[in-house]
Write a protein that binds this ligand. Structure first.
Ligand SMILES: Nc1ncnc2c1ncn2[C@@H]1O[C@H](COP(=O)(O)OP(=O)(O)OP(=O)(O)O)[C@@H](O)[C@H]1O
Ligand SMILES: [Mg+2]
Length: 251
């Protein structure tokens, strides 16, 4: 691809104590692209994306957004760059409804400075109608929603606040088949809208279906990044297990 990537992470490293959690890793993401991160537990996937989301500060390396070098020192910095994250453990306030969660910490207020519930609900209905037309549960606490419906609310929040770069850390890990399909449809829709998405999952087959490219990490290092049409599921599995890229190196 010749266009400037939405995100370029170059030579990123971070260590915790003696452990090199991410060790000289480089990765790009283009608009309208889904890039998957695969690898064993502790490979460094979440740590890498937490550097992009401002949760951790890298020890070294550079990050560019739209070709321009940026410093991401906090989640606030990431948000200002339209980078939104949906974490492994979904952070929704259980006792609040969908609209209140959508605007949590960024409430819409009326002229008197009070939260404008009617306006929030109207906006919430608008954005969810676009993302998940089947969503009906607007007036119940999100604790009463299914896992997939909760994901819809979390994704709606990112989309409403103009995410251009969406990070999803195991969004389907706790979901059933039907719910996973719903999130997969959401991802396709966001991709069509031109967002760039980093997706982390342990489900290799699901990743082959959802992603344009997949990257495999092992022990903090990048094993390789390949377009899904260039590799088989077995290639990916051997990258995960052996830490070698059969597409690039002779076995
Ligand atoms: N805050 C932290 N303090 C110390 N060590 C950490 C911290 N965060 C991550 N690590 C270590 O960094 C390494 C990479 O962890 P990370 O969470 O990125 O793995 P992962 O690939 O996301 O794994 P999983 O698939 O289990 O989610 C692990 O050895 C982990 O113990
Ligand atoms: Mg993780």
């Amino acid at each position: 691809m010749t266009t400037t990537p939405l995100v370029e992470m170059r030579d990123i490293s971070i260590a915790f104590g003696g452990i090199k959690a991410v060790d000289h890793v480089s990765l790009d993401l283009h608009a309208g692209e889904v890039v998957g991160l695969l690898g064993h537990n502790g490979a460094g996937k979440s740590t890498l994306i937490k550097i992009l989301s401002g949760a951790y500060k890298k020890d070294s390396g550079t990050i560019r957004v739209d070709g321009k070098e940026v410093e991401i020192d906090s989640p606030r910095d990431a948000r200002d760059l339209n980078i939104e994250t949906i974490y492994q453990t979904l952070a929704l306030a259980d006792n609040l409804d969908a609209a209140s969660n959508l605007f949590l910490g960024r409430e819409l207020t009326n002229g008197l400075g009070f939260v404008d519930d009617a306006k929030q609900e109207a906006e919430c209905r608008k954005v969810l109608a676009r993302l998940n037309p089947n969503f009906k549960k607007f007036n119940v606490p999100v604790s009463a929603l299914s896992g997939g419906q909760r994901q819809s609310v979390a994704i709606a929040r990112a989309v409403y606040f103009n995410a251009r770069i969406l990070i999803m850390d195991e969004p389907t890990a706790a979901l059933g088949v039907h719910e996973t399909k719903m999130v997969a449809d959401l991802i396709d829709e966001l991709k069509a809208q031109g967002l760039g998405i980093f997706l982390i999952s342990h489900d290799t087959r699901e990743m082959m279906e959802l992603c344009d490219r997949v990257s495999v990490m092992k022990n903090g290092k990048m094993v390789g990044t390949e377009r899904v049409e260039d590799v088989t599921e077995d290639d990916i599995l051997s990258m995960i297990i052996l830490g070698k890229n059969p597409v690039r190196e002779a076995a």
